[in-house]
Design a protein around this ligand. Structure first.
Ligand SMILES: [Zn+2]
Length: 171
């Protein structure tokens, strides 16, 4: 690369300004022009990095950081790299928060599911117990005639529905 990193006069560090197309010595202030080919290459890297940053994605920032790190001697690239790293950190933090919220929601759904299951089982047990009681009372002849009639009719109706269902499925 033709662009020098050290001042020709005092040997101080050169501060490369891509936009201006020149480099300024940090020690003596001597300004030297950059090789136009280098300037074009630096600007291409910056344009590419800026394009990647616009994506506002983790991979975009990671790639942009890689591109900018190919210009380790340019302060402007370091500044942009720092911006990328800050935005990348923010983006990752937001993703972490979203992931945690999703986990909390799914845990809540699981708890609700368990409660519904328990309540359903309790209802089912109560229904079976009620039916068993009715049948026992029926057998022992302890039910009033009207209730006996209703229970027998209900059992008969269920039986007919089951048989009809079988016939329809079979046919
Ligand atoms: Zn100098």
């Amino acid at each position: 690369m033709a662009t020098k990193l050290q001042c020709e006069i005092c040997g101080g560090k050169l501060n490369i300004r891509i936009g201006a197309g020149h480099a300024e010595c940090e020690s003596c202030g001597n300004v030297s022009e950059l090789d136009p080919k280098d300037t074009a290459r630096f600007r291409a890297v910056f344009r590419e990095a800026e394009r990647l940053m616009l994506q506002n994605t983790v991979s975009g920032y990671e790639e942009a950081i890689q591109k900018l790190q190919s210009l380790p001697f340019i302060d402007e690239a370091r500044e942009k790299e720092a911006v990328c790293k800050r935005r990348l950190e923010l983006l990752r933090e937001r993703q972490r928060q979203r992931e945690e919220a999703r986990k909390r929601d799914s845990a809540k759904d699981t708890r609700l599911g368990i409660v519904i299951l328990i309540v359903s089982v309790l209802f089912a047990v109560a229904a079976v117990a009620g039916i068993v009681c009715l049948i026992v009372l029926l057998i022992k002849g302890m039910l009033p005639p009207a209730v006996t009639a209703i229970v027998v009719a209900a059992i008969a109706a269920v039986g007919v529905l089951v048989i009809l269902g079988r016939i329809r499925r079979g046919g």
